[in-house]
Design a protein around this ligand. Structure first.
Ligand code: PAF
Length: 282
């Protein structure tokens, strides 16, 4: 595995691979890698000749600077994991390399980027589009791999790719969960033992709610999830939205959309840590 910090070095290497007819997979990450990321890398390695993994803690997608400050940074362990999983190139640029000038581009894809995380974290998806569009321009991947854990992020990126005719195949990959059902996330390392013990209730209750589908109306399923999770000491639902799985617009009846997904964000513990998850009803 090669570790590269400069864009021109990355592009020289990739130019050689492309000239030799190799396919390129990209796995964008912000580091603090875990089994969820490893599954994206494995998929890319299986489906492409060359796998590039970017490790870049992108400041423009953090509207809360304290969230950025406490985000775990584990570059050495990240590189060891990537090497073990067959990565060809780890791309770990500095902030100055990626943003020599402030990025003033504005991306807007409502409702995908204006609801849920978009409403709670203004500017977040704009920052995600800024960095992902730059990474796509540097790497020109055939395939790009994203975890479905950030369900909304994939919907926004798909819109951007369609809008700008980027010609990158977006590959959504299933959520990787701990044995207790908690979705793997870099933020889980910030949970205390007690918080880690209560967090799995989120997915457990969402799974229970699937048993109410389709016999009960959308609002009953919604209220079931919110009330049950809020009844757990230490958990507080920030939002739970039952939405069209493609546009992310709210649905009010099950037959309003072809695919229907429940997306949730829950505050866990005293700090608190925001935990994101989702469940597909149909
Ligand atoms: O999902 C993430 O880790 C980030 O949002 C991404 C896609 C790497 C962009 O910084």
């Amino acid at each position: 595995m090669k570790t590269v910090k400069r864009i021109n070095e990355l592009q020289t290497l990739l130019g050689e691979f492309r000239a030799a007819g190799k396919t390129i997979g990209l796995v964008p990450t912000m580091g603090a890698l875990h089994e969820g990321h490893a599954s994206l890398v494995d998929r890319s390695v299986a489906e492409n000749d060359v796998t590039v993994v970017s490790i870049f803690l992108n400041p423009t997608q953090f509207n809360d600077k304290s969230d950025l400050e406490r985000y775990p940074r584990t570059l050495e362990a990240d590189c060891a994991l990537l090497e073990k999983h067959g990565t060809t190139i780890a791309f770990a640029p500095s902030v100055e390399e990626v943003y020599p000038e402030p990025d003033t581009r504005v991306f807007s894809y409502p409702p995908t980027d204006s609801v849920m995380e978009g409403a709670m974290r203004p500017g977040h998806f704009n920052g995600v589009c800024q960095i992902v569009s730059k990474l796509f321009a540097y790497v020109e991947p055939d395939n790009a791999y994203f975890g479905e854990k950030d369900y909304q992020q994939i919907a926004v990126i798909r819109r951007m790719v369609d809008d700008l005719g980027m010609g990158v195949n977006i590959v959504p990959c299933p959520v990787i969960r701990e044995e207790n059902g908690l979705a793997r996330s870099s933020r889980n390392t910030l949970l205390t033992k007690d918080e880690h013990d209560i967090a799995p209730n989120i997915y457990r209750i969402m799974k229970e709610s699937k048993e109410l589908y389709p016999a009960h109306p959308v609002d009953v399923v919604h209220d079931y999830v919110v009330e049950k999770i809020n009844a757990v000491d230490g958990l507080e639902v920030q939002y739970f939205s039952i939405v069209d799985g493609d546009t992310l617009a709210d649905v009010h009846s099950w037959d309003e959309a072809e695919s229907v997904v429940g997306c949730i964000t829950v505050y866990c513990g005293a700090t608190p840590i925001r935990l994101i998850d989702h469940i597909r009803y149909k």
